[in-house]
Design a protein around this ligand. Structure first.
Ligand SMILES: *Cc1c(COP(=O)(O)O)cnc(C)c1O
Length: 416
């Protein structure tokens, strides 16, 4: 059917599939979801209007939608060990904005990590809707080790007395000490809100410490290390905030949820509780370390000296090049990455002094430490070499050799 009905779209789908198979994605915010999960996306639930919450819908015919959503909620609570879950948000960005909108007044203070130091645009960036209200204050990394300086976080919190402290970011390669953040929040009577979008899979897979029991609210996207479908946000919180959080999403900001995505999310939230997924999360970390070793061996410079997660941020200013330039060269070599500002960057974000990479997607494809190391060396050589074009040849031949017959979702991760 699809082949004959819309030839033009079908052709683009096949081309995209070919592109994904023949290139290597090191994009830290990309991953490949399992065939089980993909199968539920676009299922018959896609056409069901289930506006409202289980047992309190605005339309009838929701008996199975109710069971489905309740199942996804229970699985979310069990995967993360938290008291309440909302699985309806269309994305983490929307979840974040919905919460700000419902829980805080425009004159309230909010505190988050500075965008350039690793934060996210939905945490008060001037060009984002969240930045148009609230009294924002920002903390960042120290100039000495490019890691969070908790004494500085504390003094900014004491000075500004925000109603909530948001932590978690998009390009911070180190783990956040949630207990320290909690102590600071307690001291000023603020809520602790963790945006776990990048590392949710590592937490669910028990490879890194959980923000619970410290966080009052946790928001996350579903498609990064969590390895689920795009277009999803999950909010986890303490019971005392449950009603407000649910109201924030519906009717506060959204209309009807997308039930097929909730089906996929539900399956995902069971998958992340399997021993197989825990193995995956552990491998994501060791593979990032192998990539780090390769890059350092080749003389590349890494923000904060390296990584404690799935994510690495290269500092290109020290090699006299830019994120834009290296992203372009690597793409010619069929390695997909993204330019990213580094702390204390001197370039505009259209060029950017850094490049962000991560190990989550290629670990799903089955890359092991040896291949991550080799890839790290090849990328490091592109970055440091004065003859970058010659280095692309080596990279491209590595990609061609290593993508031959390599699936997007490796069989070994199929949960038993
Ligand atoms: C990626 C990211 C988001 C956005 O997630 P979407 O689901 O794509 O909206 C929000 N917060 C942080 C910290 C992120 O890294």
């Amino acid at each position: 059917m699809l082949e004959t009905v819309d030839v033009e779209i079908r052709k683009l789908v096949l081309l995209e599939e070919q592109r994904q198979l023949s290139q290597l994605s090191l994009v830290a915010s990309e991953n490949y979801s399992s065939p089980t999960i993909r199968g539920f996306e676009g299922s018959i639930f896609a056409d069901k209007n289930a506006e409202g919450y289980p047992g309190r819908r605005c339309v009838s015919g929701c008996e199975y939608a109710d069971q489905l959503e309740n199942l996804a909620i229970e699985r979310a609570k069990s995967a993360f060990g938290c008291e309440h879950a909302n699985v309806q948000a269309m994305s983490a960005t929307i979840a974040n904005f919905a919460i700000m909108n419902e829980l805080f007044q425009p004159r309230d203070g909010l505190m988050a990590m500075r965008l350039q130091d690793g934060g996210h645009l939905s945490h008060g960036a001037s060009f984002h809707a969240s930045g148009r209200s609230f009294r924002w204050c920002f903390y960042g990394v120290s100039e000495i080790d490019e890691q969070l300086d908790y004494d500085e976080v504390r003094s900014i919190a004491l000075e500004n007395r925000p109603a909530a402290i948001i932590c978690g970011g998009s390009s911070y390669p180190r783990l956040i000490d949630y207990e320290k953040m909690y102590e600071i929040a307690q001291e000023i009577g603020a809520l602790l809100w963790v945006d776990l979008a990048h590392t949710a899979g590592l937490v669910a897979g028990r490879a890194i410490p959980s923000p619970f029991p410290y966080a009052d609210i946790v928001t996350t996207s579903t498609h990064k290390t969590l390895r689920g479908p795009r277009g999803g946000g999950v909010i986890l919180c303490k019971q005392k905030l449950a009603r407000k959080i649910d109201r924030a999403i519906f009717p506060g900001l959204q209309g009807a949820p997308k039930m097929d995505l909730i089906a996929a999310r539900g399956a995902l939230l069971a998958e992340v509780q399997t021993p197989r997924f825990r193995e995956y999360a552990k491998d994501v970390l060791s593979n990032a370390k192998a990539l780090e070793r390769g890059l350092l061996d080749a003389g590349a410079s890494l923000v904060s000296g390296g990584t404690s997660s799935h994510l690495i941020l290269l500092n290109l200013l020290k090699c006299n090049t830019t994120g834009l330039e290296i992203e372009g060269y690597l793409s010619e070599g069929r390695v997909i990455t993204n330019k990213n500002p580094v702390p204390f960057d001197t370039l505009p974000s259209s060029k950017a002094g850094g490049l962000r990479i991560g190990s989550a997607a290629l670990t799903t494809r089955g890359f092991d430490e040896a291949r991550f190391f080799e890839l790290g060396v090849l990328i490091g050589k592109v970055v440091t070499s004065t003859h970058k074009r010659d280095r692309i040849v080596d990279l491209r031949s590595f990609v061609d050799r290593n993508t031959q017959g390599l699936p997007l979702f490796n069989q070994k991760w199929l949960a038993q």
